[in-house]
Design a protein around this ligand. Structure first.
Ligand code: SF4
Length: 335
């Protein structure tokens, strides 16, 4: 059995953002495309948490949606346990589909307000025909207990719960099909800070108990640090660095990763100066030439404006930056 549970190769998603046909004809404009993700490749090993980080607009959630079939990829291949995921193949995908689930950012929007909690959690069990009758009822009670709620909560409606409790219900629902892999899209960003740690700890406990594999989407580096084994950093829809979590936080190889890390508050009170992230993500309809980060990069060189850097190995992962080929990564420390 391969170590890799999910692999993504050359994943690309373009959106047609053109004006209506008549407007284009009158104004003499071409069609316009927004590239949300371009040529993204990574692997997730069984039992690990792989995180994708980046600012808003970096294309993190688009990748999550393509992996679970909520969005179609424009190009690229996604393999789950060695099998190509083709959501057009209904029956073959149904077997595979049971094995992965998603937890969404907003527990207020992701639970059907008209359904009782018991029906929400039981839906995947019924859809995949895993249990019947009284067994389903017992399983829902067990799942609610597992996420820190009670079996009696199955009779209530989502509006009777707090945000943290709703996310627990969403987790119970995700677990109900007995998945191996869960995509967690900003699972705590809509919650109070005091509740975030409880949900993250619950997710870790469940991962240990059931050997789950997570893809964690987050803009919050403190969440990512707490949860992840490996991390991919996205900028304008492209992966600019992938590394072991420890290495990424102690020895970032890409200037954008460094910029994100420098903006994290110094909770250890080490005296390190916090530097806010500067500049804004450029318009993805008309991205900068060469390295897309060059308008914001403090290390920009002439080559960066004209030539897109290739991904290069960094030991525990890869990074796409001309500093690597020029042997100048250490220069980042001097800024
Ligand atoms: Fe900065 Fe150039 Fe590296 Fe891009 S390729 S991150 S502009 S040094």
């Amino acid at each position: 059995m391969s170590d890799v549970l999910l692999s993504v190769q050359g994943l690309t998603r373009r959106f047609d953002v053109s004006k209506p046909w008549l407007n284009r004809v009158i104004e003499g404009e071409e069609k316009q495309y927004l590239t949300a993700n371009a040529d993204v490749s990574f692997e997730i090993r069984r039992g690990e948490t792989f995180a994708l980080v980046g600012e808003s607009g970096s294309g993190k959630s688009t990748i999550a949606k393509m992996i679970v079939g909520l969005l179609e990829a424009s190009a690229g291949v996604i393999r789950f346990d060695g099998q190509v995921m083709d959501f057009a193949q209904g029956s073959a995908m149904r077997v595979l589909r049971r094995r992965f689930q998603m937890i969404f950012q907003d527990p207020f929007a992701s639970l059907n307000p008209r359904w009782r909690v018991g029906d929400i959690i039981a839906e995947p069990i019924r859809t995949f025909g895993l249990l019947r009758g009284a067994e389903i009822h017992a399983e829902v009670g067990r799942l609610l207990d597992l996420v820190g709620l009670s079996a009696a909560d199955a009779e209530k409606f989502p509006h009777e719960f707090s945000g943290g409790q709703r996310q627990r219900i969403a987790i119970a629902r995700a677990l109900s099909s007995k998945p191996e892999f869960i995509v967690c899209d900003e699972p705590t960003s809509a919650l109070d800070v005091s509740v975030q740690a409880q949900i993250l700890n619950l997710m870790r406990d469940l991962q240990d108990e059931f050997g789950l594999t997570y893809l964690l989407i987050s803009h919050d580096l403190s969440v990512v640090r707490h949860m992840s084994n490996r991390i991919g950093v996205l900028y304008l829809g492209r992966l600019v660095e992938v590394a072991d979590a420890k290495r990424l936080f102690t020895d970032p190889q890409h200037p954008y990763t460094r910029m994100l890390l420098d903006a994290v508050p110094d909770l250890a009170l080490s005296g390190r100066r916090r530097t806010p992230v500067t500049g804004e993500i450029p318009n993805p309809i008309n991205p900068p030439s060469g390295c897309a980060f060059h308008p914001r990069c403090p290390h920009v060189m002439d080559i960066c404006r004209s030539t897109t850097p290739e991904a290069r190995s960094t030991g525990t992962g890869l990074a796409t930056c001309h500093l690597l080929s020029e042997g100048k990564v250490a220069a980042m420390d001097k800024v």
